[in-house]
Design a protein around this ligand. Structure first.
Ligand SMILES: Cc1cc2nc3c(=O)[nH]c(=O)nc-3n(C[C@H](O)[C@H](O)[C@H](O)COP(=O)(O)O)c2cc1C
Length: 385
């Protein structure tokens, strides 16, 4: 059984430490001494190093540390993954680029041609994280006021058309959102592999769309039994349609030589979070079922970091320390590897891992945690027999 490991590329800047909140890598915060990409030189001027150069370093580190590729997230405040990916492809050899995008914002035929060109240029290193949006102001920011379930209806049709023009010579389609007459990519482009489709979303509408189109169903980390149930439901739905669904988990790790060191970093990080943010966390109003499931993991009044420990090595306060999901794994290298093995035993076929700072942690997790995987899995399987 091959388990693929991806790393996350932070397209909205990065912190130099999980202990402090400052985005001191990138230019999303005002530049100060010690900032990286861009930084300031001895005379106080911008040193000419761009954030894309830093992302390239992370991609190269992750590639060297054994990761298959990287997730490139897409939010209103990030750089654009379609632009970042081909730039990074030139800086790496085998690293695959998981472009996150909301299908509704692109014409599916144009997206197919764009992707086929990318496949040609990168030797087939393009994959997708299909996201459908969390509603609220982040959605209207894009000029999109469709309801939650209509957005998923549109995603499904987008993928029907995207795959249709790629695989059929004379493709016509008449849907609610898209119509195509006598479509089909040029043979040279259609010859490329369709990018693997990873699919995120926790609602019923998401699961239904994923069952039809996803190669991998992708979830944030949730308590393990809850996640195992979710994976089982997705796998069942896809099986009912005659397919086989692989599942993947996107999770942050704080992996240190000892468990005490890992929790010390979390404690210091938590102590730097202001009262207001501890109460409300990060993130605005949303109709996202996935975001609601993450919020539900976190008590509203956490006075100590220990109040947010939801299970051994699982901490529910990551969204206080940086944007993104609440739950992540904290522990020694061996414990982190053991938790990943637990997830594999519960149906995970692949992972997107992340750590702060993304550059140094790519090396650390690649060197210290990934080689320990499998040992625990063998023990788990033996115990189950
Ligand atoms: C692993 C993962 C990664 C995601 N990445 C993004 C992203 O980069 N940009 C975004 O706008 N939404 C992202 N999302 C949000 C989902 O795609 C989806 O829009 C949201 O969960 C609402 O759908 P739901 O109600 O089905 O959960 C991500 C979700 C997951 C689980």
């Amino acid at each position: 059984m091959t388990i693929d490991f991806y790393w996350r590329l932070p397209t909205h800047g990065c912190h130099s430490s999980i202990r402090y909140g400052a985005y001191d890598r990138g230019d999303w915060s005002p530049l100060a001494a010690g900032n990286i990409a861009p930084g300031i030189d001895a005379s106080g001027a911008d040193d000419g190093f761009r954030y894309i150069d830093h992302l390239a370093e992370i991609a190269r580190a992750a590639e060297g540390a054994g990761f298959t590729g990287g997730l490139i997230p897409s939010f209103p405040n990030t750089d654009d993954p379609w632009v970042i990916s081909p730039l990074l492809a030139r800086a790496t050899r085998t690293f695959r680029f998981m472009i996150a995008f909301q299908p509704g914002f692109l014409n599916p035929v144009h997206a197919a041609r764009l992707s086929a060109s990318l496949q040609r240029a990168t030797g087939g290193r393009t994959i997708f994280n299909i996201i459908t949006g969390g509603g609220g102001p982040a959605q209207t920011w894009w000029g999109d006021s469709f309801s939650h379930d209509d957005r998923y209806g549109r995603t499904t049709e987008f993928l029907d058309v995207f795959k249709g023009v790629w695989t059929q010579k004379d493709f016509s389609y008449r849907g609610r959102f898209y119509e195509v007459e006598h479509g089909g990519l040029a043979p040279l482009l259609a010859h490329e592999d369709i990018p693997e489709i990873w699919f995120s979303g926790s609602s019923d509408a998401a699961l239904q769309s994923a069952a039809k189109h996803a190669d991998y169903y992708l979830s944030w980390l949730e308590p393990f039994d809850q996640l195992a149930d979710k994976f089982a439901r997705v796998k069942e739905r896809t099986a009912a349609l005659g397919g086989e669904q692989k599942c993947a988990v996107r999770v942050d790790l704080v992996a240190r030589p000892t468990e005490e060191e890992a929790w010390r970093d979390i404690r210091i990080g938590f102590e730097h979070v202001g009262e207001e943010r501890r109460r409300h966390g990060r993130g605005g109003p949303t109709d996202s079922v996935g975001a609601a499931r993450q919020q539900a993991l976190r008590p509203s009044e956490a006075k100590r970091y220990e109040d947010l420990i939801v299970a051994p090595n699982l901490w529910g306060g990551f969204n206080l320390l940086r944007g993104g999901p609440a739950l992540g794994i904290v522990g020694s290298y061996e414990q982190c590897a053991a938790r990943l093995d637990d997830l594999i035993a519960r149906g995970a076929n692949a992972f997107i891992l992340a750590g702060t700072p993304h550059l140094e942690e790519a090396w650390r997790v690649g060197e210290e945690v990934l080689p320990l995987l499998g040992r625990n899995r063998d023990l788990l399987l033996a115990a189950a027999e």
